[in-house]
Design a binder for this molecule. Structure first.
Ligand code: ADP
Length: 564
Protein backbone atom coordinates (compact mmCIF):
# COMPACT_ATOMS: atom_id res chain seq x y z
CA UNK A 1 0.00 0.00 0.00
CA UNK A 2 2.71 2.35 1.09
CA UNK A 3 5.04 1.40 -1.71
CA UNK A 4 2.21 1.83 -4.20
CA UNK A 5 1.70 5.36 -2.98
CA UNK A 6 5.42 6.04 -3.19
CA UNK A 7 5.44 4.79 -6.75
CA UNK A 8 2.52 7.06 -7.57
CA UNK A 9 4.39 10.09 -6.26
CA UNK A 10 7.56 9.05 -7.98
CA UNK A 11 5.74 8.66 -11.29
CA UNK A 12 3.99 11.98 -10.88
CA UNK A 13 7.24 13.70 -10.10
CA UNK A 14 8.84 12.12 -13.11
CA UNK A 15 5.97 13.30 -15.29
CA UNK A 16 6.26 16.80 -13.88
CA UNK A 17 9.98 16.89 -14.56
CA UNK A 18 9.44 15.61 -18.07
CA UNK A 19 6.74 18.19 -18.77
CA UNK A 20 8.86 20.99 -17.39
CA UNK A 21 11.85 19.88 -19.39
CA UNK A 22 10.09 19.23 -22.67
CA UNK A 23 7.53 22.01 -22.62
CA UNK A 24 9.47 24.76 -20.92
CA UNK A 25 13.17 24.07 -20.46
CA UNK A 26 13.88 22.89 -23.99
CA UNK A 27 12.13 25.79 -25.78
CA UNK A 28 13.68 28.23 -23.32
CA UNK A 29 17.13 26.79 -23.86
CA UNK A 30 16.61 26.78 -27.63
CA UNK A 31 15.44 30.39 -27.53
CA UNK A 32 18.45 31.45 -25.50
CA UNK A 33 20.80 29.54 -27.78
CA UNK A 34 19.27 30.93 -30.99
CA UNK A 35 19.39 34.48 -29.65
CA UNK A 36 22.98 34.21 -28.55
CA UNK A 37 24.15 32.69 -31.82
CA UNK A 38 22.16 35.31 -33.73
CA UNK A 39 23.85 38.05 -31.76
CA UNK A 40 27.19 36.41 -32.30
CA UNK A 41 26.68 36.27 -36.04
CA UNK A 42 25.61 39.93 -36.10
CA UNK A 43 28.80 40.78 -34.26
CA UNK A 44 31.02 38.60 -36.39
CA UNK A 45 29.55 39.89 -39.63
CA UNK A 46 29.79 43.48 -38.36
CA UNK A 47 26.20 43.88 -39.45
CA UNK A 48 25.51 46.89 -37.28
CA UNK A 49 28.46 48.70 -38.80
CA UNK A 50 27.31 47.70 -42.29
CA UNK A 51 23.87 49.06 -41.54
CA UNK A 52 25.33 52.35 -40.33
CA UNK A 53 27.51 52.57 -43.42
CA UNK A 54 24.56 51.94 -45.68
CA UNK A 55 22.69 54.72 -43.92
CA UNK A 56 25.72 56.99 -44.34
CA UNK A 57 25.85 56.24 -48.07
CA UNK A 58 22.25 57.27 -48.32
CA UNK A 59 22.84 60.46 -46.33
CA UNK A 60 25.75 61.38 -48.59
CA UNK A 61 23.65 60.75 -51.71
CA UNK A 62 20.91 63.01 -50.41
CA UNK A 63 23.49 65.59 -49.38
CA UNK A 64 24.99 65.77 -52.84
CA UNK A 65 21.58 66.31 -54.35
CA UNK A 66 20.88 69.08 -51.88
CA UNK A 67 24.23 70.80 -52.58
CA UNK A 68 23.64 70.58 -56.34
CA UNK A 69 20.16 72.03 -56.03
CA UNK A 70 21.55 75.04 -54.25
CA UNK A 71 24.11 75.61 -56.99
CA UNK A 72 21.46 75.06 -59.70
CA UNK A 73 19.27 77.72 -58.10
CA UNK A 74 22.13 80.20 -58.06
CA UNK A 75 23.00 79.37 -61.66
CA UNK A 76 19.39 79.90 -62.67
CA UNK A 77 19.48 83.28 -60.97
CA UNK A 78 22.50 84.36 -63.01
CA UNK A 79 21.05 82.84 -66.17
CA UNK A 80 18.06 85.16 -65.85
CA UNK A 81 20.28 88.19 -65.46
CA UNK A 82 22.77 87.70 -68.28
CA UNK A 83 21.53 89.51 -71.38
CA UNK A 84 22.37 87.68 -74.61
CA UNK A 85 21.59 90.77 -76.62
CA UNK A 86 24.09 93.05 -74.97
CA UNK A 87 27.15 91.44 -76.49
CA UNK A 88 28.42 93.48 -79.34
CA UNK A 89 27.42 96.65 -77.60
CA UNK A 90 30.71 97.73 -76.06
CA UNK A 91 30.28 99.66 -72.86
CA UNK A 92 26.81 98.19 -72.21
CA UNK A 93 27.94 94.64 -71.90
CA UNK A 94 30.73 95.43 -69.38
CA UNK A 95 28.33 97.50 -67.37
CA UNK A 96 25.71 94.80 -67.28
CA UNK A 97 28.15 92.05 -66.38
CA UNK A 98 29.84 94.22 -63.71
CA UNK A 99 26.43 94.94 -62.25
CA UNK A 100 25.75 91.20 -61.94
CA UNK A 101 29.19 90.67 -60.35
CA UNK A 102 28.71 93.61 -58.03
CA UNK A 103 25.41 92.33 -56.63
CA UNK A 104 26.60 88.72 -56.52
CA UNK A 105 29.96 88.56 -54.81
CA UNK A 106 29.83 84.75 -54.96
CA UNK A 107 30.64 84.90 -58.69
CA UNK A 108 34.36 85.22 -59.43
CA UNK A 109 34.27 85.45 -63.23
CA UNK A 110 31.51 85.89 -65.78
CA UNK A 111 32.00 85.18 -69.47
CA UNK A 112 29.56 85.96 -72.29
CA UNK A 113 30.24 84.37 -75.63
CA UNK A 114 28.62 84.94 -79.02
CA UNK A 115 29.92 82.90 -81.92
CA UNK A 116 29.56 85.86 -84.27
CA UNK A 117 30.13 88.81 -82.03
CA UNK A 118 33.02 87.58 -79.86
CA UNK A 119 33.43 87.07 -76.14
CA UNK A 120 33.94 89.09 -73.00
CA UNK A 121 35.05 87.97 -69.53
CA UNK A 122 34.62 90.14 -66.43
CA UNK A 123 35.88 89.32 -62.94
CA UNK A 124 35.32 90.63 -59.40
CA UNK A 125 37.47 93.76 -59.52
CA UNK A 126 38.52 93.49 -55.88
CA UNK A 127 39.87 89.99 -56.39
CA UNK A 128 42.04 90.83 -59.35
CA UNK A 129 44.79 92.08 -57.03
CA UNK A 130 45.44 88.46 -56.12
CA UNK A 131 47.93 87.28 -58.77
CA UNK A 132 46.36 83.84 -58.88
CA UNK A 133 42.95 85.37 -59.56
CA UNK A 134 44.45 87.47 -62.24
CA UNK A 135 45.98 84.40 -63.80
CA UNK A 136 42.66 82.66 -63.54
CA UNK A 137 40.97 85.56 -65.27
CA UNK A 138 43.46 85.44 -68.09
CA UNK A 139 43.07 81.70 -68.47
CA UNK A 140 39.28 81.93 -68.56
CA UNK A 141 39.16 84.95 -70.86
CA UNK A 142 41.30 83.05 -73.31
CA UNK A 143 40.37 79.47 -72.71
CA UNK A 144 36.58 79.60 -72.57
CA UNK A 145 36.05 81.37 -75.96
CA UNK A 146 38.43 78.88 -77.54
CA UNK A 147 36.59 76.00 -76.00
CA UNK A 148 33.17 77.41 -76.96
CA UNK A 149 34.34 78.07 -80.50
CA UNK A 150 35.27 74.45 -80.95
CA UNK A 151 32.65 72.62 -78.89
CA UNK A 152 30.02 75.31 -78.45
CA UNK A 153 27.36 73.65 -80.52
CA UNK A 154 27.70 70.33 -78.79
CA UNK A 155 27.75 72.03 -75.39
CA UNK A 156 24.54 73.92 -76.22
CA UNK A 157 22.87 70.66 -77.13
CA UNK A 158 23.99 69.04 -73.89
CA UNK A 159 22.82 72.03 -71.87
CA UNK A 160 19.37 71.98 -73.43
CA UNK A 161 18.92 68.38 -72.42
CA UNK A 162 19.73 69.05 -68.76
CA UNK A 163 16.82 69.84 -66.44
CA UNK A 164 18.98 72.45 -64.72
CA UNK A 165 19.86 74.02 -68.10
CA UNK A 166 23.58 74.12 -67.27
CA UNK A 167 26.69 72.00 -67.27
CA UNK A 168 29.59 72.38 -64.90
CA UNK A 169 33.31 72.38 -65.16
CA UNK A 170 35.29 72.24 -61.94
CA UNK A 171 38.83 72.02 -60.70
CA UNK A 172 41.35 73.24 -58.13
CA UNK A 173 42.02 76.93 -57.74
CA UNK A 174 44.34 79.04 -55.62
CA UNK A 175 43.39 81.83 -53.27
CA UNK A 176 46.02 83.79 -51.36
CA UNK A 177 48.45 80.99 -52.02
CA UNK A 178 46.18 78.33 -50.53
CA UNK A 179 44.61 75.39 -52.33
CA UNK A 180 40.97 75.93 -53.10
CA UNK A 181 38.34 74.74 -55.50
CA UNK A 182 36.24 76.39 -58.16
CA UNK A 183 33.32 75.30 -60.29
CA UNK A 184 31.97 77.04 -63.34
CA UNK A 185 28.42 76.81 -64.64
CA UNK A 186 28.11 76.97 -68.42
CA UNK A 187 24.62 77.92 -69.61
CA UNK A 188 22.63 79.63 -72.35
CA UNK A 189 21.32 83.02 -71.27
CA UNK A 190 17.56 83.04 -70.88
CA UNK A 191 16.89 85.54 -73.65
CA UNK A 192 19.18 83.88 -76.22
CA UNK A 193 17.47 82.79 -79.43
CA UNK A 194 17.67 79.18 -80.50
CA UNK A 195 19.19 79.84 -83.92
CA UNK A 196 22.15 81.78 -82.65
CA UNK A 197 24.87 80.27 -80.45
CA UNK A 198 25.28 82.31 -77.30
CA UNK A 199 26.87 80.78 -74.16
CA UNK A 200 27.72 82.20 -70.76
CA UNK A 201 29.94 80.90 -67.97
CA UNK A 202 29.74 81.87 -64.30
CA UNK A 203 32.56 80.71 -62.01
CA UNK A 204 31.72 80.38 -58.35
CA UNK A 205 34.18 82.19 -56.12
CA UNK A 206 36.42 79.61 -54.35
CA UNK A 207 36.49 81.69 -51.16
CA UNK A 208 32.71 81.82 -51.13
CA UNK A 209 32.47 78.06 -51.64
CA UNK A 210 35.03 77.35 -48.95
CA UNK A 211 33.99 79.86 -46.35
CA UNK A 212 30.27 80.30 -46.80
CA UNK A 213 28.62 77.83 -49.10
CA UNK A 214 30.02 74.49 -47.89
CA UNK A 215 30.04 75.34 -44.15
CA UNK A 216 26.40 76.38 -44.24
CA UNK A 217 25.43 73.38 -46.38
CA UNK A 218 27.19 70.94 -44.06
CA UNK A 219 25.56 72.54 -41.06
CA UNK A 220 22.13 72.34 -42.66
CA UNK A 221 22.62 68.71 -43.71
CA UNK A 222 23.81 67.60 -40.29
CA UNK A 223 21.05 69.33 -38.37
CA UNK A 224 18.46 68.02 -40.78
CA UNK A 225 19.71 64.45 -40.34
CA UNK A 226 19.83 64.91 -36.58
CA UNK A 227 16.20 65.99 -36.34
CA UNK A 228 15.19 62.90 -38.32
CA UNK A 229 16.38 60.53 -35.62
CA UNK A 230 18.19 61.58 -32.52
CA UNK A 231 21.12 59.22 -32.87
CA UNK A 232 24.69 60.16 -32.28
CA UNK A 233 25.52 63.62 -33.72
CA UNK A 234 27.19 63.52 -37.13
CA UNK A 235 30.06 65.43 -38.71
CA UNK A 236 30.82 65.92 -42.40
CA UNK A 237 33.67 67.20 -44.50
CA UNK A 238 34.45 68.15 -48.07
CA UNK A 239 37.84 67.24 -49.47
CA UNK A 240 39.55 67.02 -52.85
CA UNK A 241 39.03 63.52 -54.23
CA UNK A 242 42.40 61.81 -53.90
CA UNK A 243 43.79 60.09 -56.97
CA UNK A 244 43.04 56.36 -57.30
CA UNK A 245 45.25 54.30 -55.00
CA UNK A 246 46.10 57.30 -52.83
CA UNK A 247 46.64 55.82 -49.37
CA UNK A 248 47.10 58.58 -46.81
CA UNK A 249 44.23 60.61 -45.37
CA UNK A 250 43.09 63.41 -47.68
CA UNK A 251 43.42 67.00 -46.54
CA UNK A 252 39.96 68.46 -45.90
CA UNK A 253 38.75 71.55 -47.73
CA UNK A 254 35.87 72.27 -45.35
CA UNK A 255 34.88 70.45 -42.15
CA UNK A 256 31.68 70.76 -40.13
CA UNK A 257 31.88 71.57 -36.43
CA UNK A 258 32.55 68.47 -34.32
CA UNK A 259 34.65 66.73 -36.93
CA UNK A 260 37.54 66.50 -34.53
CA UNK A 261 40.20 64.16 -35.77
CA UNK A 262 39.98 60.80 -37.46
CA UNK A 263 38.91 59.47 -40.81
CA UNK A 264 35.56 59.57 -42.52
CA UNK A 265 33.47 56.40 -42.05
CA UNK A 266 32.07 56.68 -45.56
CA UNK A 267 33.02 58.93 -48.47
CA UNK A 268 31.33 59.80 -51.75
CA UNK A 269 32.95 61.25 -54.84
CA UNK A 270 30.89 64.20 -55.99
CA UNK A 271 29.86 64.15 -59.60
CA UNK A 272 28.52 66.82 -61.92
CA UNK A 273 28.75 70.19 -60.10
CA UNK A 274 31.75 69.49 -57.89
CA UNK A 275 33.56 66.76 -59.78
CA UNK A 276 36.94 66.47 -58.09
CA UNK A 277 35.59 66.91 -54.60
CA UNK A 278 34.36 64.24 -52.18
CA UNK A 279 32.06 64.27 -49.20
CA UNK A 280 32.98 62.39 -46.02
CA UNK A 281 30.80 61.56 -43.02
CA UNK A 282 31.36 60.18 -39.53
CA UNK A 283 30.01 60.34 -36.01
CA UNK A 284 31.12 63.09 -33.68
CA UNK A 285 33.49 61.55 -31.15
CA UNK A 286 32.75 57.89 -31.90
CA UNK A 287 32.88 55.35 -34.70
CA UNK A 288 30.47 52.87 -36.24
CA UNK A 289 32.74 50.17 -34.91
CA UNK A 290 32.46 51.46 -31.35
CA UNK A 291 28.68 51.82 -31.69
CA UNK A 292 28.46 48.26 -33.03
CA UNK A 293 30.51 46.98 -30.14
CA UNK A 294 28.49 48.95 -27.60
CA UNK A 295 25.29 47.62 -29.09
CA UNK A 296 26.61 44.07 -28.95
CA UNK A 297 27.73 44.40 -25.34
CA UNK A 298 24.35 45.89 -24.39
CA UNK A 299 22.50 43.15 -26.21
CA UNK A 300 24.63 40.47 -24.59
CA UNK A 301 23.88 41.94 -21.21
CA UNK A 302 20.16 42.22 -21.82
CA UNK A 303 20.02 38.72 -23.23
CA UNK A 304 22.15 37.43 -20.38
CA UNK A 305 19.96 39.04 -17.73
CA UNK A 306 16.80 37.83 -19.46
CA UNK A 307 18.21 34.33 -19.66
CA UNK A 308 19.13 34.37 -16.00
CA UNK A 309 15.64 35.65 -15.16
CA UNK A 310 14.09 32.96 -17.32
CA UNK A 311 16.18 30.23 -15.74
CA UNK A 312 15.49 31.69 -12.29
CA UNK A 313 11.77 31.74 -13.07
CA UNK A 314 11.89 28.14 -14.18
CA UNK A 315 13.74 27.09 -11.07
CA UNK A 316 11.23 28.95 -8.91
CA UNK A 317 8.33 27.41 -10.81
CA UNK A 318 9.88 23.99 -10.46
CA UNK A 319 10.47 24.48 -6.76
CA UNK A 320 7.01 25.77 -6.09
CA UNK A 321 5.41 22.93 -8.02
CA UNK A 322 7.64 20.54 -6.14
CA UNK A 323 6.66 22.10 -2.85
CA UNK A 324 2.99 21.91 -3.72
CA UNK A 325 3.47 18.27 -4.56
CA UNK A 326 5.20 17.48 -1.30
CA UNK A 327 2.53 19.43 0.55
CA UNK A 328 -0.10 17.35 -1.19
CA UNK A 329 1.80 14.24 -0.16
CA UNK A 330 2.11 15.51 3.42
CA UNK A 331 -1.62 16.21 3.46
CA UNK A 332 -2.43 12.73 2.33
CA UNK A 333 -0.06 11.30 4.99
CA UNK A 334 -1.73 13.58 7.49
CA UNK A 335 -5.18 12.19 6.74
CA UNK A 336 -4.02 8.64 7.23
CA UNK A 337 -2.05 9.53 10.38
CA UNK A 338 -4.93 11.40 11.93
CA UNK A 339 -7.36 8.59 11.17
CA UNK A 340 -5.02 6.22 12.93
CA UNK A 341 -4.59 8.57 15.83
CA UNK A 342 -8.35 8.86 16.20
CA UNK A 343 -8.88 5.15 15.87
CA UNK A 344 -6.41 4.03 18.55
CA UNK A 345 -7.80 5.98 21.53
CA UNK A 346 -11.35 5.30 20.40
CA UNK A 347 -10.66 1.57 20.23
CA UNK A 348 -9.07 1.66 23.69
CA UNK A 349 -11.92 3.65 25.19
CA UNK A 350 -14.40 1.26 23.68
CA UNK A 351 -12.51 -1.82 24.88
CA UNK A 352 -12.14 -0.62 28.48
CA UNK A 353 -15.68 0.75 28.66
CA UNK A 354 -17.08 -2.57 27.38
CA UNK A 355 -14.98 -4.54 29.84
CA UNK A 356 -16.26 -2.37 32.68
CA UNK A 357 -19.82 -2.71 31.42
CA UNK A 358 -19.62 -6.46 31.41
CA UNK A 359 -18.87 -6.24 35.14
CA UNK A 360 -15.90 -8.57 34.87
CA UNK A 361 -13.65 -6.28 36.81
CA UNK A 362 -14.01 -6.73 40.47
CA UNK A 363 -11.11 -5.00 42.15
CA UNK A 364 -11.55 -1.29 42.59
CA UNK A 365 -7.89 -0.75 41.76
CA UNK A 366 -8.32 -2.32 38.38
CA UNK A 367 -11.49 -0.35 37.82
CA UNK A 368 -9.73 2.87 38.64
CA UNK A 369 -6.95 2.03 36.29
CA UNK A 370 -9.47 1.39 33.52
CA UNK A 371 -11.24 4.68 34.22
CA UNK A 372 -7.93 6.44 34.12
CA UNK A 373 -7.07 4.88 30.79
CA UNK A 374 -10.43 5.93 29.41
CA UNK A 375 -9.88 9.46 30.69
CA UNK A 376 -6.35 9.59 29.40
CA UNK A 377 -7.32 8.33 25.98
CA UNK A 378 -10.21 10.76 25.74
CA UNK A 379 -7.84 13.53 26.73
CA UNK A 380 -5.54 12.46 23.93
CA UNK A 381 -8.51 12.54 21.58
CA UNK A 382 -9.55 16.03 22.67
CA UNK A 383 -5.97 17.24 22.42
CA UNK A 384 -5.74 15.94 18.89
CA UNK A 385 -9.10 17.33 17.90
CA UNK A 386 -8.25 20.67 19.53
CA UNK A 387 -5.02 20.79 17.57
CA UNK A 388 -6.83 20.13 14.33
CA UNK A 389 -9.59 22.64 15.10
CA UNK A 390 -7.10 25.29 16.15
CA UNK A 391 -5.11 24.63 13.09
CA UNK A 392 -8.04 24.95 10.75
CA UNK A 393 -8.98 28.22 12.48
CA UNK A 394 -5.46 29.49 11.97
CA UNK A 395 -5.48 28.44 8.33
CA UNK A 396 -8.79 30.21 7.80
CA UNK A 397 -7.44 33.29 9.62
CA UNK A 398 -10.18 32.99 12.25
CA UNK A 399 -8.07 32.11 15.27
CA UNK A 400 -8.61 34.58 18.09
CA UNK A 401 -6.51 34.84 21.22
CA UNK A 402 -7.74 35.78 24.63
CA UNK A 403 -4.88 37.60 26.35
CA UNK A 404 -5.08 37.96 30.13
CA UNK A 405 -2.66 38.74 32.93
CA UNK A 406 -1.38 35.33 33.90
CA UNK A 407 0.98 33.76 36.39
CA UNK A 408 2.89 31.65 33.91
CA UNK A 409 4.65 29.52 36.55
CA UNK A 410 1.31 28.45 37.86
CA UNK A 411 -0.02 27.78 34.39
CA UNK A 412 3.00 25.57 33.61
CA UNK A 413 2.70 23.74 36.91
CA UNK A 414 -1.02 23.06 36.45
CA UNK A 415 -0.52 21.84 32.92
CA UNK A 416 2.28 19.51 33.98
CA UNK A 417 0.17 18.25 36.86
CA UNK A 418 -2.41 17.01 34.40
CA UNK A 419 0.28 15.03 32.63
CA UNK A 420 2.45 14.09 35.58
CA UNK A 421 0.88 10.71 36.02
CA UNK A 422 1.13 9.87 32.32
CA UNK A 423 4.73 11.05 32.26
CA UNK A 424 5.72 8.95 35.19
CA UNK A 425 3.72 5.98 33.99
CA UNK A 426 5.70 5.96 30.79
CA UNK A 427 8.85 5.74 32.85
CA UNK A 428 10.03 9.32 32.36
CA UNK A 429 11.83 11.25 34.99
CA UNK A 430 10.51 14.78 35.06
CA UNK A 431 12.78 17.62 36.05
CA UNK A 432 10.73 20.73 36.73
CA UNK A 433 12.59 23.94 37.24
CA UNK A 434 10.34 26.99 37.51
CA UNK A 435 12.19 30.14 38.61
CA UNK A 436 10.44 32.04 41.38
CA UNK A 437 9.27 35.62 41.09
CA UNK A 438 8.36 35.60 37.42
CA UNK A 439 6.13 38.60 36.80
CA UNK A 440 2.64 38.18 35.45
CA UNK A 441 2.38 38.39 31.69
CA UNK A 442 -0.50 38.87 29.33
CA UNK A 443 -0.95 35.60 27.46
CA UNK A 444 -3.68 33.37 26.10
CA UNK A 445 -3.66 30.66 28.78
CA UNK A 446 -5.24 27.95 26.72
CA UNK A 447 -2.86 28.57 23.82
CA UNK A 448 0.28 28.56 25.98
CA UNK A 449 -0.90 25.39 27.74
CA UNK A 450 -1.50 23.79 24.34
CA UNK A 451 1.96 24.77 23.15
CA UNK A 452 3.47 23.25 26.28
CA UNK A 453 1.39 20.08 25.98
CA UNK A 454 2.49 19.68 22.35
CA UNK A 455 6.15 20.04 23.27
CA UNK A 456 5.81 17.65 26.25
CA UNK A 457 3.96 15.13 24.09
CA UNK A 458 6.69 15.28 21.45
CA UNK A 459 9.35 14.73 24.10
CA UNK A 460 7.45 11.65 25.30
CA UNK A 461 6.80 10.39 21.78
CA UNK A 462 10.28 10.86 20.41
CA UNK A 463 12.40 9.46 23.22
CA UNK A 464 13.68 5.92 22.85
CA UNK A 465 16.20 4.76 25.47
CA UNK A 466 16.78 7.56 27.90
CA UNK A 467 13.47 8.77 29.20
CA UNK A 468 13.97 12.23 30.54
CA UNK A 469 11.80 15.30 30.38
CA UNK A 470 12.95 18.69 31.55
CA UNK A 471 10.75 21.73 31.84
CA UNK A 472 12.38 25.00 32.77
CA UNK A 473 10.86 28.46 33.17
CA UNK A 474 13.07 31.51 33.70
CA UNK A 475 13.47 35.12 32.83
CA UNK A 476 16.14 36.40 30.48
CA UNK A 477 16.31 40.16 30.01
CA UNK A 478 12.91 41.24 28.71
CA UNK A 479 11.84 37.75 27.76
CA UNK A 480 10.27 34.83 29.46
CA UNK A 481 11.80 31.51 28.46
CA UNK A 482 10.01 28.19 28.62
CA UNK A 483 12.25 25.27 27.80
CA UNK A 484 11.17 21.67 27.17
CA UNK A 485 14.05 19.27 26.75
CA UNK A 486 14.43 15.55 26.26
CA UNK A 487 17.22 13.04 25.70
CA UNK A 488 15.43 11.34 22.85
CA UNK A 489 16.15 10.66 19.20
CA UNK A 490 16.92 14.28 18.31
CA UNK A 491 16.46 16.00 14.96
CA UNK A 492 19.03 16.19 12.18
CA UNK A 493 20.28 19.71 11.53
CA UNK A 494 18.92 19.98 7.99
CA UNK A 495 15.41 19.12 9.21
CA UNK A 496 15.40 21.52 12.15
CA UNK A 497 14.05 24.38 10.05
CA UNK A 498 11.34 22.28 8.49
CA UNK A 499 9.73 20.69 11.53
CA UNK A 500 7.76 23.88 12.18
CA UNK A 501 6.07 23.61 8.79
CA UNK A 502 2.61 22.15 8.75
CA UNK A 503 2.37 18.39 8.17
CA UNK A 504 6.14 18.03 8.24
CA UNK A 505 7.51 14.92 9.98
CA UNK A 506 11.14 13.82 9.98
CA UNK A 507 12.29 10.66 8.28
CA UNK A 508 13.32 8.88 11.51
CA UNK A 509 11.86 5.33 11.72
CA UNK A 510 10.61 6.02 15.25
CA UNK A 511 8.72 9.02 13.95
CA UNK A 512 7.14 6.86 11.27
CA UNK A 513 6.06 4.27 13.77
CA UNK A 514 4.66 6.93 16.07
CA UNK A 515 1.44 8.39 14.91
CA UNK A 516 1.25 12.11 14.65
CA UNK A 517 -0.34 14.81 12.55
CA UNK A 518 2.66 17.02 11.88
CA UNK A 519 0.60 19.97 13.13
CA UNK A 520 1.86 20.30 16.71
CA UNK A 521 4.96 22.40 16.09
CA UNK A 522 3.26 24.49 13.40
CA UNK A 523 0.70 25.35 16.03
CA UNK A 524 3.39 26.11 18.62
CA UNK A 525 5.04 28.51 16.25
CA UNK A 526 1.79 30.24 15.42
CA UNK A 527 1.01 30.64 19.09
CA UNK A 528 4.41 32.14 19.94
CA UNK A 529 4.19 34.44 16.91
CA UNK A 530 0.82 35.70 18.09
CA UNK A 531 2.40 36.50 21.45
CA UNK A 532 5.17 38.46 19.76
CA UNK A 533 7.72 35.80 20.68
CA UNK A 534 9.36 32.88 18.93
CA UNK A 535 10.33 29.26 19.27
CA UNK A 536 13.81 27.80 18.80
CA UNK A 537 15.12 24.29 18.66
CA UNK A 538 18.51 22.93 19.57
CA UNK A 539 18.99 19.30 18.88
CA UNK A 540 21.59 16.61 18.34
CA UNK A 541 20.49 13.36 16.76
CA UNK A 542 20.71 10.55 19.30
CA UNK A 543 21.31 12.97 22.16
CA UNK A 544 18.03 14.83 22.52
CA UNK A 545 16.27 18.08 21.76
CA UNK A 546 15.54 21.32 23.49
CA UNK A 547 12.66 23.53 22.43
CA UNK A 548 12.66 27.06 23.85
CA UNK A 549 9.66 29.36 23.74
CA UNK A 550 10.45 33.06 24.16
CA UNK A 551 7.63 35.35 25.19
CA UNK A 552 8.14 39.08 25.68
CA UNK A 553 7.42 40.19 29.24
CA UNK A 554 5.81 43.32 27.82
CA UNK A 555 3.00 41.15 26.51
CA UNK A 556 1.76 40.54 22.99
CA UNK A 557 2.04 43.27 20.35
CA UNK A 558 -1.01 45.49 19.88
CA UNK A 559 -1.71 43.92 16.53
CA UNK A 560 -2.68 40.58 18.02
CA UNK A 561 -6.37 39.78 18.42
CA UNK A 562 -7.35 40.84 21.87
CA UNK A 563 -10.63 39.93 23.38
CA UNK A 564 -9.80 40.46 27.02
P1 ADP B 1 3.90 15.23 15.10
O1 ADP B 1 4.61 15.03 16.39
O2 ADP B 1 2.44 15.11 15.20
O3 ADP B 1 4.47 14.45 13.97
P2 ADP B 1 4.89 17.93 15.28
O4 ADP B 1 4.59 19.12 14.46
O5 ADP B 1 4.66 18.04 16.74
O6 ADP B 1 4.11 16.74 14.64
O7 ADP B 1 6.40 17.58 15.04
C1 ADP B 1 6.91 17.54 13.74
C2 ADP B 1 8.08 16.59 13.66
O8 ADP B 1 9.19 17.10 14.37
C3 ADP B 1 7.82 15.26 14.28
O9 ADP B 1 7.17 14.40 13.38
C4 ADP B 1 9.21 14.77 14.61
O10 ADP B 1 9.80 14.22 13.46
C5 ADP B 1 9.94 16.05 14.95
N1 ADP B 1 10.00 16.28 16.40
C6 ADP B 1 9.22 17.11 17.12
N2 ADP B 1 9.58 17.12 18.41
C7 ADP B 1 10.62 16.26 18.54
C8 ADP B 1 11.45 15.82 19.63
N3 ADP B 1 11.25 16.28 20.86
N4 ADP B 1 12.44 14.93 19.35
C9 ADP B 1 12.63 14.49 18.10
N5 ADP B 1 11.90 14.86 17.03
C10 ADP B 1 10.89 15.73 17.25
Amino acid sequence: MKSKRRKFWRDNRFRLLLTLELAVMLPAAALIYVNFSHLHSIMRGKKVEALIHRDFQYVLGVSEKRINQEIYAKTEEVRGKVNAASIGKPGDVEKELDEILYTRPWIAHLTLFDRDKGAITRSQPRCLNDPSVHEEHEAIAKGFPEWFNIEGKMLAEQIRKKPQQAIFSSGPAKRNGAESFMTTAVFIPQNASDDHLVLAAASFEPDYLKETFFPSMLHELITQKLSEDDDEPLAMMVFPTPPEGFMSDPKPLVVSPGWGSGKAEVTRNLDNVFRGLSLGIKFQGTTADAIGRRWAVQSFWILGVLSVLMIGGLILAYRSVNREMSLARLKSDFVSNVSHELRTPLALIRLYAETLELGRITTSEKKEEYYRIIRKESERLSALINNILDFSRIEAGRKEYDFRETDIAELVRNTLDTYRYQIEQQGFSLEENLAPGIPRVRVDREAIARALVNLVNNALKYSANEKFLGVKLYRQDDDLKLEVSDRGIGIPRREQGKIFEKFYRTGDPLVHNTKGSGLGLALVRHITDAHGGDVQVESTPGKGSKFTLSLPLSGPPQLANETA
